[in-house]
Design a binder for this molecule. Structure first.
Ligand code: RUB
Length: 303
C-alpha cells in the first residue's frame, strides 16, 4: 500500500479522525501526489491531483473542512494554470499554497486554544463529547489557568471519548461516563464544550452523533454549551439550502455480529440547532451562532 492509500484507509477507518486531523491528512496526500508526480504536462498534473482529491474527499462525506481546503487548493491550481505558467512553476505554487493551509490551520488552533481557555477556565467542571483536537488544546490550556475537572462521555459506537480522556488525564482531572449518564452528570457540570465538523449558514452545528443530545440536556439544565470551530469548518453548500450530508457508517461498528433480522442504523453525525448553542469559539473570538456567518462574509469579502 503506498502512502496516499494508507492515508485514505486511515481516514476511512478512523485511525485519523476529527475534522482538523482529516483536513491535514488530506493536504498531506495532495503534497505526496505532487512530490511523486510523473506528469509531463500541467494538464496531466491537474488530472493526477484531481483524482487524489476525489479519493480523499470520498472517505468522509461530512467533512467540510477537508472539502474546503482541498477545493481551495484545486481552485488555486486552476488559477495558476490560467496564468500559463510552466508545469514546474504550477507545481511549486501549489505546494506553497498547500503548505500555507497547514500552517494556517496550526495557527488558528493555537488562537482558539488561547481564546477558549480564557472562557472555559472561568468554570470548574466541563462536560465534553467525542474527540476534538481543538477541544483538547483548549482544555489543556484552561487546565494551566485553573483547576479543571472534565467529564468525558465515552461516545458510542467507537469510544472516541476514551481517547479524549487519555489525552487529558495528565493535564486535568478526568471522569469518563457512559453516554446515557449525560443527564445525571449535567447536574454537576458548569459548561459543555465540543468540537465541530461543520457549521451551516444558519449557525447550526454538525458534530459527532450525540452532540445534539448533549446540547439539549445542557439547555434543560441551564448550562452554557460552546463549540470550538475554525472558520474553515463553515460549509458553503448550506448557503444554497443544501443540507449537510450525514455519513452512514458500517453497522458492524454498533454490533459486530448482530442477528440478520435486526436493522442497525449508524449515522456518524447529528445537527444541533443554533438556538441551543451559546457560542462558537473561533480564531477571531467567541461569537454567537448567528454571527458565525457574518464572520465568514467578512473573511470572503476581505480576500
Ligand atoms: C470527531 C468529531 C469532532 C470534530 C472536530 O468525529 O466529531 O468533534 O471532528 O474535531 P469522528 P477537531 O471521530 O467521527 O471524526 O477539533 O479535531 O477538528
Amino acid at each position: 500500500m503506498d502512502k496516499i492509500e494508507k492515508i485514505v484507509e486511515d481516514i476511512r477507518h478512523l485511525k485519523i479522525q476529527g475534522a482538523r486531523n482529516i483536513a491535514n491528512a488530506a493536504i498531506e496526500a495532495i503534497l505526496l501526489k505532487l512530490k511523486h508526480s510523473k506528469a509531463r504536462t500541467t494538464k496531466e498534473l491537474y488530472s493526477e491531483l484531481k483524482e487524489t482529491a476525489e479519493l480523499v474527499m470520498g472517505t468522509r462525506p461530512t467533512e467540510p473542512m477537508m472539502r474546503n481546503v482541498i477545493t481551495d487548493t484545486m481552485q488555486f491550481m486552476t488559477m495558476e494554470m490560467k496564468k500559463r505558467k510552466s508545469k514546474n512553476d504550477v507545481k511549486k505554487a501549489v505546494e506553497k499554497e498547500a503548505a500555507f493551509y497547514v500552517k494556517k490551520m496550526d495557527e488558528d488552533v493555537k488562537k482558539i486554544a488561547e481564546i477558549g481557555a480564557k472562557l472555559i477556565s472561568k468554570y470548574r467542571t466541563v462536560m465534553t463529547y467525542c474527540h476534538s483536537s481543538t477541544v483538547i488544546e483548549i482544555l489543556r490550556r484552561a487546565g494551566e489557568l485553573n483547576n479543571l475537572h472534565v467529564i468525558v462521555c465515552e461516545t458510542r459506537p467507537l469510544f472516541q471519548g476514551r481517547k479524549t480522556a487519555e489525552e487529558l488525564s495528565d493535564h486535568v482531572d478526568v471522569t469518563l461516563i457512559v453516554d446515557g449518564a449525560m443527564n445525571r452528570f449535567m447536574k454537576e457540570t458548569d459548561v459543555a464544550l465540543v468540537g465541530a465538523d461543520a457549521i451551516t449558514s444558519k449557525g447550526d452545528l454538525v458534530n459527532k452523533i450525540g452532540t445534539a443530545t448533549l446540547a439539549h440536556i445542557a439547555y434543560m439544565h441551564d448550562v452554557s454549551f460552546y463549540s470550538a470551530a475554525e472558520l474553515y469548518k463553515y460549509d458553503p453548500l448550506t448557503l444554497f439550502g443544501n443540507l449537510e450530508r450525514i455519513e452512514e457508517r458500517d453497522a458492524r461498528e454498533v454490533w459486530d455480529d448482530a442477528p440478520k433480522n435486526i436493522k442497525i442504523q449508524n449515522q456518524a453525525f447529528d445537527v444541533t440547532a443554533a438556538k441551543y448553542i451559546s457560542g462558537y469559539i473561533t480564531e477571531l473570538g467567541v461569537v454567537s451562532p448567528q454571527s458565525f456567518f457574518s464572520l465568514i462574509k467578512e473573511k470572503l469579502e476581505g480576500e
